[in-house]
Design a protein around this ligand. Structure first.
Ligand SMILES: [Zn+2]
Length: 420
């Protein structure tokens, strides 16, 4: 006879609860309580009501968050925990053996979680180490965010990122079909494909077209047949327009969108992960010793990139948080995830929509709305607390001081404690 183990029961009090539904008219709830039972949220609402519900179910602990604002953890939709850019910093990662790489990524995963990013979408990781990391996190062997991953990104021979084992070279429609299937076989939750050149490639431009329409169609059809969504590294508007018409689900970067293509994206429901940091992160590049030619290319694309972002917003394209830089990386006084969200907020969407773009929006794209992304019964208790109101100022996320993942507190600054 097996008996269900007794679930930990905790009621969080002393908090104002809010989530991305704020953009849909669900207001913040002051003097709220959240009842966490096991790894899920059992109830959220007015303090007295929730406490009564928890009492009725039996013993529980109470945690006073001391006036904090409580939101779902952030979701970073463009991460590489095994990132290695050209330069000395990247070379250090490139020369790691598989064991070193796995441990390096585990360290990044822990830092990511402690930064308040409770879910990541990995869009190209080396040597399938991401699948090992995902298993280890799920099994509780290492602390880390929930991982949705594309495995290796598909790229044409010699295409964007081909020099690293976080990509897989494919050619022709059959080759790309096989590429999709091989990543699904390895455990991919989604497919990433490079359809144009990028900043980091020495022999290409951001505008270089890299896939033919039949190759692109093969990727999208095959992925969709297996129930996987497709996101594309893409810069030029023309190439993006073709991909969107073929059913692409998400665009990364979108450095040079036009009104016409943005309108098509909005109409088709294709999301944009603008990764604004990529063209404004000199401090990060300097730290990694990224060569001048790449810095110049990257930072030079900044103004057009921002214009492109504004064009997308004006057309009504859904935008989602994604840093490209490692999500936890210390950058401009905070971490890369929060800094990206600040840029997105300041450059157009404002704090309420930024809260949505950093939590519920990504979760909906990932098809995980029943599990994550809001402070509602049934969702995983992946929660963060801060002292300022993130719906008033996105910079409030700089002050995250408490993190819960799957019902366990992993960071509590006031108690001077975090998992390590
Ligand atoms: Zn990237």
């Amino acid at each position: 006879m097996s008996q269900e183990p007794v679930k930990r029961s905790t009621v969080l009090v002393g908090c104002t609860v809010l989530d991305g539904r704020i953009v849909e008219g669900v207001p913040a709830l002051p003097d709220a309580a959240v009842w966490v039972r096991g790894d899920r949220i059992a109830a959220a609402g007015p303090r007295e009501r929730v406490l009564a519900q928890a009492r009725e179910a039996g013993e529980h602990a109470t945690v006073d968050l001391d006036g904090a604002y409580l939101t779902p953890g952030l979701v970073n939709m463009h991460t590489h925990l095994s990132l290695s850019l050209p330069g000395t910093g990247g070379d250090g990662v490139k020369t790691m053996n598989p064991h070193e790489l796995a441990l390096y990524m585990a360290d990044g995963a822990r830092r990511t979680l402690l930064a308040g990013v409770t879910t990541v979408r990995c869009v190209a990781e080396k040597d399938h180490a991401d699948f090992a990391l995902r298993r280890a996190i799920r099994a509780g062997r290492v602390p880390g965010p929930r991982v949705f991953t594309a495995g290796r990104a598909l790229v044409c021979t010699g295409g964007h990122g081909h020099e690293s084992p976080d990509t897989l070279e494919c050619d022709g429609a059959d080759g790309f079909r096989r590429g999709v299937r091989s990543q699904v076989k390895a455990g991919a939750d989604l497919i990433k494909v490079m359809i144009s050149g990028g900043i980091a490639g020495e022999h290409e431009h951001i505008t270089t077209r890299q896939l033919f329409p039949d190759e692109l169609a093969a990727v999208i059809e095959t992925a969709h047949a297996w129930g996987r969504r497709v996101t594309a590294h893409a810069g030029p508007a023309e190439v993006i327009g073709e991909a969107v018409a073929l059913g692409l689900d998400c665009v990364e970067h979108g450095y040079e969108l036009t009104g016409e293509v943005a309108a098509l994206m909005a109409e088709r429901g294709t999301a944009l992960v603008p990764t604004l940091l990529v063209t404004r992160c000199k401090e990060f590049f300097d730290e990694l010793g990224v060569p001048e030619w790449m810095q110049a290319r990257s930072l030079g694309a900044g103004p057009r990139h921002l214009e492109s972002y504004a064009t997308a917003l004006a057309a009504g394209v859904e935008v989602l948080l994604g840093s490209d830089m490692p999500p936890f990386w210390h950058f401009e006084g905070t971490n890369a995830s929060v800094r990206e969200l600040e840029y997105m907020s300041e450059a157009g969407i404002g704090p309420a929509r930024a809260l949505y773009a950093g939590t519920l929006g990504p979760v909906r794209w990932l098809g995980a709305e029943e599990e994550l992304g809001t402070v509602q019964p049934g969702r995983y208790a992946d929660l963060i607390a801060m002292d300022a109101d993130p719906a008033a100022h996105t910079s409030a996320f700089r002050g995250v001081r408490w993190v819960m993942a799957g019902g366990r507190v992993v960071r509590d600054d006031r108690a001077g404690w975090s998992v390590s």
